[in-house]
Ligand binder design. Structure first.
Ligand code: NAD
Ligand code: IPM
Ligand code: MN
Length: 356
């Protein structure tokens, strides 16, 4: 079959890891007889440098007309000036909003081969298999008013926490549906002891639970949940959280998997779906060829599965990553990699070979 994929590598290690995600797709193309037409675009800091904006209309169009988007990461010290009129991250947020990808699914898988590479004790990691559903197009990231204003009391920075019931309901439903197809447990995260948006969130979750009698709903306050995620991670099945909470909890959950570089994500399985590793541009290691590409490769696998309907092909990519880890290959971010760490492109080659 023929597919159009928009490839937006972005900044820092974004293009480095995305190239390996693409390599895995091309290996799938060869092994299974598919043709992926890749259309590349600038986004983030590189787009600011070249076009004066983090997201051009052209790239917006490119993404909209593609079957799916493979995204890298954006941002970096070069564009971090707090008084700059625009930032690389604005391009990512604008794209997510434009594509209306409101539910970001971030699976947290622990490879048995890597339990000795996590800072957590192996027995804590036994049986960990959770998915975090992060609301992606609302909350503090988007709600108005937002900005900086001069007041008689001095400069004031404003962000607004705002959620409508319908925004909450649609992402909660994604959580309930996912839980229904898994172990049947949904943890709805909020801060209902303080925040009005959270009280609406909790009430909505409770109301919806009647429609999903096969799913066991539990509510958790975000601060306590942050603690429980490293204390008893195996007790979680599906976690659903608003945008900011989900962002923070998934970086924390990456500790379970042993590295940020391993976690993929998908948003909006309907085309065009949006696929990106959860990590950022890693300025501390960018350009060195040592970044872990598995987050991008596994995001490409999610794309095959959820947007392109290529289930067997996706499983082949997942298996290939598993195989390469079983063979003992480790990028430098994995604590047990040692001196013989595998580089980004070599890791991508190994996975591509294992696919095909
Ligand atoms: P980061 O995720 O870029 O890096 C955090 C740490 O994890 C660093 O030590 C980094 O080296 C390591 N790391 C991350 N991904 C890795 C990989 N694939 N392989 C090996 N090590 C990896 O977070 P940060 O340093 O807080 O942010 C850097 C920049 O990235 C910021 O500008 C931020 O806004 C941006 N960012 C972008 C995205 C995105 O585009 N989706 C996500 C997160 C952060
Ligand atoms: C992520 C990142 C982004 C977010 C930033 C770069 C805007 O941290 O994708 O997790 O907060 O959504
Ligand atoms: Mn994040």
């Amino acid at each position: 079959m023929d597919f159009n994929i928009a490839v937006l590598g972005g900044d820092g290690i974004g293009p480095e890891v995305t190239a390996e995600g693409v390599k895995a797709m091309q290996a799938v193309g060869r092994a299974f007889g598919h043709n992926f037409t890749l259309e590349y675009g600038d986004v983030g800091g590189i787009s600011i440098d070249r076009h004066g904006t983090p997201l051009t209309d052209g790239v917006r169009e490119l993404a909209t007309s593609a079957d799916a988007v493979l995204f890298g990461a954006v941002g970096g010290p070069k564009w971090d000036d707090p008084s700059a009129p625009t930032r690389p991250e604005d391009g990512l947020l604008a794209l997510r909003a434009h594509l209306n990808v409101f539910a970001n699914i971030r699976p947290v898988k622990v490879y048995p081969e890597l339990t000795d590479s996590s800072v957590l004790k192996p027995h804590v990691l036994e049986g960990v298999d959770m998915v975090v559903v992060r609301e992606l197009t609302g909350g503090l990231y988007y709600a108005q008013p937002k900005g900086r204003t001069q007041t008689p009391q001095g400069i004031v920075g404003v962000d607004t926490m705002r959620y409508s019931e319908s925004e909450i309901e649609r992402v909660l439903r994604v959580g309930f549906e996912l839980a229904r197809g898994r172990r049947g447990k949904l943890t709805s995260v909020d801060k209902a002891n303080v925040l009005e948006t959270s009280r609406l969130w909790r009430a909505t979750a409770t109301r919806l639970a009647d429609e999903y009698p096969d799913v066991e709903l539990e509510h958790a306050l975000v601060d306590a949940c942050a603690m429980q995620i490293v204390l008893r991670p195996a007790s979680y099945d599906v976690i659903v959280a608003e945008n900011t909470f989900g962002d923070i909890l998934t970086d924390e959950a990456a500790i379970l998997a042993a590295s940020m570089g391993l976690l993929p994500s998908e948003a909006g399985a309907r085309t065009p779906g949006f696929y990106e590793p959860i990590h950022g541009t890693a300025p501390d290691i960018a350009g060195q060829g040592i970044a872990n590409p598995c987050g991008s490769i596994l995001s490409a696998a999610m794309m095959l599965r959820y947007s392109l309907g290529l289930t067997e092909e996706a499983a082949a990519v997942d298996r290939a990553v598993q195989t390469v880890l079983e063979q003992g290959y480790r990028t430098a971010d994995i604590a047990t990699a040692g001196d013989a760490a595998t580089g980004t492109t070599q890791m991508g080659d190994l996975v591509a070979n294992a696919i095909g």
